[in-house]
Ligand binder design. Sequence first.
Ligand code: MG
Length: 263
Amino acid sequence: MIYLKTPSEVEKMRRSSQIIGSLLDSLEAIIKPGVNTLELDEYAEQFIRSRGGIPSFKGYQIPGLKPFPGSICASVNEAIVHGIPRRDLILQEGDIIGIDVGVLLDGYHGDAARSYRVGKVSMAAEKLLSITEKSLYIGIAAAIPGNRIGDISHAIGSFIAASGYFVADGLTGHGIGKSLHEEPQIPNIGRAGRGPRIAAGMTFAIEPMVNIGTNHVVEQGWEFKVADNTLSAHYEHTILVTDGEPEILSAAPKAALHEEKHI
Ligand code: MG
């Protein structure tokens, strides 16, 4: 069943999700050649805990694997998602890295991800990132009352295909709230007009994972990689369906000064 959130539940999700938005913004200045992904993980854990949050991913369990050790997933180049932070994975000029973060605060989760450029990247990488990011916002725009989940999937998937890229097989977005992963699943490819109907009060983590060379994926422990080792990008927001435009919950809060100007 898809849970509709009350305004007070939404406010809790807004606060957990905003921590992620702020963290992802602050990583822009930290991600550079020579930094290893365990350093990024340590920075993120401190950032989250100092704001009262708990990293949702740390200790996350799925059958057959050791609990996830990181506070973030750090997925470099051909890694799609769920990369384990490592001291010996040192970022190089021209790499791309997807950082995925979950935060639990006051009983409610937020979940968001962003792909970053390490120094100057190739034109091919630049284009992949910009198309993948754009597909996220195209998907979010379809999360309106009266539409169905398939409309989000179709919006993302058709844009990616028309752009000449590939949606990673089997990896989907999801509902989110008291649990990190709630119904419904939100595939990044699908048929318009299919699936559960979308209603105000639903909260979704929409997350296109897009590859250059193929939709095929290979699982190596936690990590999913592109089967042909081409690059992959990942962008994700936690959003609220409203009666109007969807609200992005996992954006950094606007500066108080900025808001005062509009009173
Ligand atoms: Mg997610």
